[in-house]
Design a protein around this ligand. Sequence first.
Ligand code: ZN
Length: 328
Amino acid sequence: MDISSILQGGYQHPLSRSWQGRRTLTKSMLMYPIFITDDPDARVEIKSLPGQCRWGVNKLEEFLGPLVKKGLKSVILFGVPLKCNKDEKGTPADDPEGPVILAIKKLRTLYPDLYIACDVCLCEYTSHGHCGFLNPDGTIDIEPSVTRIAQVALSYAKAGAHCVAPSDMMDGRIKAIKRALIDGGYGNRCTLMSYSAKFASALYGPFRDAAGSAPAFGDRKCYQLPPAAKGLARRAITRDVNEGADIIMVKPSLPYLDIIADAAELAPDHPLACYQVSGEYAMVCAGAAAGVYDLRVMAFETVESMVRAGATLILTYFTPQFLDWLEA
Ligand SMILES: [Zn+2]
């Protein structure tokens, strides 16, 4: 056999197998998405997302305390208001007594070392369930939407969020948020993570159950990207880098590994996040429950594929398990 044919000598030992990745998955690469609702004592299981709950602010210590002890480094908060008065402009999004702002303050006090990111969008707070303001014909009214989204982001920064992450996909919102953070005195105190390439995916179903955020009419296809749109995704990533994003995100992850690899090439000097979304998580859990594969092996395989594609930060509901599974 030719010398060049032999590869197996290089990875015959568990340790030498571990050296084959360019980057190794660590606990600090994981960000845990959590749902905060406006009943302060809530702990409500989300059926379509096994093991995940909607939490009230008073329950955060019991929920996150053990995870912080195991090495949880960061969370991303999603507000799930069930009692507020939603309106056309998403007024409750930055209510100082709303669940997200209360949770930021509580977590900053409880866990000074925990990194707190906040999803920023209007759809959980608008009466119509869309991510921006609407024109009379039902299309998005871009300018006021972006202004309002930037206002909400600044409110979260002021409450103490280390990072704001707009998921709305409105054109121009990264520039508007960056400007608002700088003008508000938070330019050097708050990170801007852009959901740059967010695709219109079938994998958001369980999240919509969890967040109660299905739009009242229509869908979000006018602002989320079509699954085949590699070129659009690349343009959105480049645009967001130019508009001042500090972190680029691709969402969902597993069906879009090529886009993650593209983002790594287009924005090589930025941290690169990907979101293993609710449907991906539910799919891995369902396959394991059906005996198709071992949960742990499959969870590692999916997340390591994202690291291999170039991700340096992974938003995943498997974070609590990985804190048990990973050594560091
Ligand atoms: Zn939205």
